[in-house]
Each structure stands twice: as structure tokens, then as C-alpha cells.
Design a protein around this ligand. Sequence first.
Ligand code: 4NP
Length: 165
Amino acid sequence: MLMKACTPSSVLLVCLGNICRSPTAEEVFRQQAAIAGLSIKVDSAGTSDWHVGSAPDARSQRHAKSHGYKINKLVARQVSANDFRDFDLILAMDSQNLADLQAIKDSIAESEDSLATLALFSEEDPTYCGSDVPDPYKGDNDDFEEVIERIESSAQAWIESWKAC
Ligand code: 4NP
């Protein structure tokens, strides 16, 4: 396990396009935090600028909705250096996202302590620890379902770790 930190005041979920995994994770996280009674600002972004301004992928919207998560109003944006100042914790959906985020963090000429903590989204999850939430973009229905399953599990694990603090 990465850390036993107390509840962050803000969490940013990051994937490649910000139209499949991270907007889903944003809404799952928001709902789970509310249920747990935790007050956390939650947002999402992509490492790429490919879909900036777009709504989540229609397949992600459909799968999310079928599990009770409404993500149709979310709008994709690209992660920026300022996000490392504005958020306490930034969670990457996969190891490539994590490497890309680390490169941004390394390029910021400020003390490490004042910037967001960076981790893999699965880091606290005993079921999926250390593994990626696989990119479903070129996948099928099963791949989009797997995204929801992994996101629910790993988000719950973070929240459980903070409730115990
Ligand atoms: P996401 O999925 O990173 O979960 O939003 C993707 C969305 C778009 C692309 C790749 C992954 N793309 O190649 O456009």
C-alpha cells in the first residue's frame, strides 16, 4: 500500500482522453465519497488534448448509466501543471498515464511538498493493486463493463483507507 494518509480535500482522476475511464471514475468517486460522508472536491482530466470540450464517449455514458452513474454533462479537458497546485491527490488510470503525469510534475520548478501526490488509481485496492484500468476505447461491451468494475473497486478502496484514518 502506498500511504495511510488522511482524506484529501481534492482528487483529480486522469486517463488518456478524459472521455472513457476518468469521467466514469469522477462520478463513481463523487458518489462513493458522498455516501461515506467525506467532503472531497473531485474532477477529471486527460493527458492528451484529443477530446477537449467533448462529452464522455457514448459507450461510457451508457455503461455508467446502467450502473447508476450519470456522466453525460461532463466535459473533457487536458491536465495542466496548475492541477498539481490545485489538487491534493492525482490518480492515474494506467501506468502510461502515471509516467506522463510524473513527467509534468518533474517539469514544475517547485518544491515537491507543495505539489499533488501522484499515484496509480489501483494503488490501494487489494483486488487490483498495481494494475491498470485498461483503455476500453477500441474494446467491446465487456471492456467497458470491466472499467466500471475496476473503478468501483479501486475508488472504494481509497475511501475505505481514508475512513479508517
Ligand atoms: P480514455 O480512453 O483515456 O479512458 O478516455 C480513450 C479515449 C480516446 C482515445 C484513447 C483512449 N483515443 O485514442 O482517441
